[in-house]
Design a protein around this ligand. Sequence first.
Ligand code: F6P
Length: 327
Amino acid sequence: MKREIKRIAVFTSGGDAPGMNAAIRAVVRHATYHDLHIYGILRGYDGMINGNFKRLETSDVGNIIHRGGTILKTARSKEFRTKKGRKSAYENLVAHDIDACIAIGGNGTFTGANVFSKEYDIPFIGVPGTIDNDLFGTDFTIGFDTACNTAVEAMDKIRDTADSHNRLFFVEVMGRDSGYIALNTGIGSGAGSVLIPEKDNDIDLLINHLKVGVKRKKLFSLIIVAEGNQNGGAMEIAAKVKEKFDHYDTKVTIIGHLQRGGSPTCMDRVLASRLGFGSVDVLIKGKSNGMVGILNGEVAFTPFDKAIKQSKALKGDLMNMAEILAL
Ligand code: F6P
């Protein structure tokens, strides 16, 4: 039987991403437009377990569309991974008469929602909010564009100083298991090489590539390294390269959590608004236990089972293009 939805809870979970606030705003305003009552849960699944619920009105989400971070706070909950934790979460949802939940987060968040939805009868809809852009079922995740813009801005600055000193820079960007930020930043900033977790990065090949650059009188070089690289992060790769090839004075920059903060780009604000809005739409239409995403410009629904288990492959032609353009 289709459940009548009257009260929805929304929360953010996992690593924060710029644009999460725009998504919360869209959920609250669209739900309110349909006369639904909406609650915010603070600190993700931990807040669900501890009963940290707060009624949200339309005015509570004013003046947040431009803000990074998340007004609902976030956490990576260990307790929700346990049956006991999920039971407490369910009891709190029932105590607040919650009929459905909207979870804004990434892979870990949806894995939790998927397990919960098989144990309890409260529907969950996921909104992809992660800078990693690694979710199957959406071309882009909320926060990815802002993170790439932050990284490109950093690269432009590093390029100035690398050029002035004739140095080789290894710049580490985020992406534990995914090279999306690295590849996009590499193309956008004209990096000499991009090292991603999806590919076995041969140090000798990289050195050969640098030697070709030296032959054609390249005085400095910028290499992007995704943090989850198979040969280690930027520090390790820089050390391995230096051991065999010390033509350049070498430096390392780790951009780190700078990529997670800051005001979202227009792209991310629009994406977050569309996905937050779309999540309420699909709930009203009776869908559950899946993620809304953008596929070929349209809002699309993908069941959690698919979204978390299938991996989104990097476009091979982009990697190829990045290599050719860096020659
Ligand atoms: O999943 C987003 C992400 O920023 C990854 O790119 C990174 O590996 C991880 O989160 C870092 O997480 P934390 O802030 O918990 O250290």
